[in-house]
Design a protein around this ligand. Structure first.
Ligand code: ZN
Length: 304
């Protein structure tokens, strides 16, 4: 439920450097209104992952899908989600005579690898909520190693296509017959990032399995320790549950979202105090909170 301080859920993974697009996880009511207050362009939305079919996670879809078309989005869009998402979207668009001009691909998923290309793998696992609900892990594949230009220059490799071959791991032959090996002029391949974005759930084993080794885990913390009985009752987690998932999974950073509307912004300090003894950074997200991932570090971007 929205409050004056907090809107329903939508989480964005910006991949503008990697693929010129962004991916979205859930699309609560008024997501397209909130996007207007950001730099995000709906036409750059490439993939939308729905965790479960509760209204606070999907009621923003029809409006966003329609506006994306109206705003000139003509690239295909793929939506992943539990069984039922396809029928709901198609009926809603048909009944309201919403005509979209791009290819809309809706995939009803099961557990396992649901997407893979040369850059990314996405894995889904079922969590424990009151209806079927998925968590998603996005794994970036290893990045090509750095090419040391000062070394290629020293060896007399001309600037041009040979450099690219060396960067891609191939050995090359120079005009004078000398062989330059890729390993001579490149660094180590770099690991890609791993981010796990979980839907509504109580503390469960699959959250831990999915989060294993993640750089960043985004976990709901609807409740706190004082309201832990409600978390159990409604299939949700406390902020302490979220921290325990992260700890058991040996994940490196935790962002807690989906805070109940019962908590005022002034209550957040108290929630954070319940988890401040954990040894990894924990952030409680507010609306429009943005985080930057660079050089293995997660930093909150200061809000205006
Ligand atoms: Zn729910």
């Amino acid at each position: 439920m929205p409050s004056k301080q907090r809107n329903t859920t939508a989480t964005v993974l910006k991949l503008l450097d990697e693929r010129g697009t962004f991916w979205m996880f859930d699309c609560g009511e008024a997501t397209q209104h909130q996007i207007l207050h950001t730099t995000l362009k709906p036409r750059k939305l490439e993939k939308l992952f729905i965790t479960h079919l509760h209204g606070d996670h999907i009621y923003g879809l029809p409006g966003l899908l329609g506006s994306r078309s109206f705003l000139g989005g003509d690239e295909p869009l793929t939506i992943y989600g539990p069984v039922g998402i396809k029928a709901w979207i198609e009926l809603t668009l048909a009944t309201s005579k919403t005509h979209i001009k791009y290819a809309l691909n809706i995939i009803e998923i099961e557990e396992g690898i649901i997407f893979e290309d040369d850059q990314f793998i996405v894995e889904a696992r079922l969590l424990e909520h009151v209806i079927p609900c998925f968590g998603y892990k996005v794994m970036q594949k290893s990045l090509p190693p750095e090419l040391f230009i000062e070394k290629t220059d020293a060896l007399g490799v001309p600037r041009g296509p040979l450099l690219r071959q060396l960067k891609e791991g191939h050995n090359v032959e120079l005009a004078d017959g000398r062989i330059v090996r890729s390993a001579q002029v490149t660094g180590e391949p770099k690991d890609g990032f791993q981010v796990t974005i979980l839907g509504d759930t109580k503390f469960c084993e699959n959250s831990i399995l999915l989060s294993k080794g993640s750089d960043i885990v985004v976990h709901e913390g609807t409740f706190d320790q004082e309201t832990a009985d409600l978390a159990g009752l409604y299939g949700h987690s406390t902020i302490v549950d979220a921290a325990n998932v992260c700890k058991k999974a040996e994940a490196k950073h935790l962002i807690v979202n989906h805070i109940s509307s019962r908590f005022m912004p002034s209550d957040i300090k108290g929630m954070i105090a319940q988890v401040e003894h954990y040894e990894f950074p924990i952030y409680v997200a507010h609306d429009f909170a943005e985080y930057d991932w660079a050089n293995g570090q997660l930093k909150k971007i200061p809000s205006e």
